[in-house]
Design a protein around this ligand. Structure first.
Ligand SMILES: Nc1ncnc2c1ncn2[C@@H]1O[C@H](COP(=O)(O)OP(=O)(O)OP(=O)(O)O)[C@@H](O)[C@H]1O
Ligand SMILES: O=P(O)(O)OC[C@H]1O[C@H](OP(=O)(O)OP(=O)(O)O)[C@H](O)[C@@H]1O
Length: 214
């Protein structure tokens, strides 16, 4: 039996569509009345766990899931010991630095030394500012990060940007991009080495599917 960890939230629909295209149906997770966190594909060949997006690599690293789907941003932030198997080409976004449009900061190096930067991606932000030799205080937040500069708590944010709508509607502008991101299929290293439950065949089908749809 193959176990896959699927991310709740924005990546769930595309993840379920991808598995459906290779014959595995986990669409029960899309039913809002469903509260089951573990479901079996009707063919009985695989089961899926529904987990928070940041927890997907944890289930895969610990071996409770053979496969999982997580954003590259999450993988950069958590650096889990998992294999990055396939760039799935959906969930595209970027991790960017943004500031208030009305501020005078137009490049990251314009930010004041020892200024504050709010972020959900604390490790990525710390590494980025360290590489620029800019000493800043990273303020960890769990969401609505744009409120950092709006309320005056921070001079800048490091956050995901996709359409840019959230930045625009909150009077913020992007001044640098740390990296581009998309969803990845990740795997437990032993699962594909031992071909647990025929996982390699499934990975092959998923790879083919991604190649033909792009
Ligand atoms: N506009 C976007 N904003 C945020 N994430 C996006 C966006 N577009 C694509 N993504 C991708 O979707 C993933 C999941 O984002 P989502 O907003 O569903 O969860 P989250 O809010 O980060 O997680 P949680 O609610 O569990 O804290 C991100 O890690 C990223 O890879
Ligand atoms: O560029 P856009 O298309 O507007 O998308 C970017 C927004 O989406 C994400 O927030 P999310 O909806 O995950 O909520 P959060 O603030 O709780 O992280 C991200 O943190 C931005 O706020």
């Amino acid at each position: 039996m193959i176990t896959v960890a699927l991310p709740k939230g924005g990546l769930l629909g595309d993840s379920i569509r991808l598995f459906k295209s290779v014959g595995l149906d986990f669409s029960a997770f899309l039913d809002s009345s469903n509260r089951q966190l573990q479901i079996y594909d009707p063919t009985g060949t695989a089961k899926a766990l529904l987990v928070r997006t940041h927890d997907v690599p944890v289930y895969v690293e610990y071996g409770q899931a053979d496969l999982g789907i997580a954003g590259y941003d999450v993988l950069r932030e958590k650096k889990p010991k998992v294999a990055n198997l396939i760039d799935l080409k959906f969930g595209k976004c970027r991790l960017s630095v943004a500031v208030k449009e009305s501020s005078s900061y137009r490049r990251t190096v314009d930010l004041p030394p020892h200024g504050r930067v709010a972020s959900k991606f604390v490790h990525c932000a710390r590494e980025y500012f360290h590489n620029l030799n800019l000493p800043v205080e990273i303020v960890p937040l769990y969401g609505s990060v744009e409120l950092g500069p709006i309320t005056g708590m921070s001079e800048a944010i490091v956050d995901l940007v996709s359409t840019g709508k959230t930045l625009r509607e909150n009077g913020l502008v992007e001044i640098d991009v740390l990296f581009e991101s998309s969803a990845y299929l990740i795997g437990h290293p032993l699962s594909y080495r031992l071909n647990t439950g025929g996982v390699n065949e499934l990975i092959g089908k998923l790879r083919e599917q991604v190649l033909t749809t792009v």
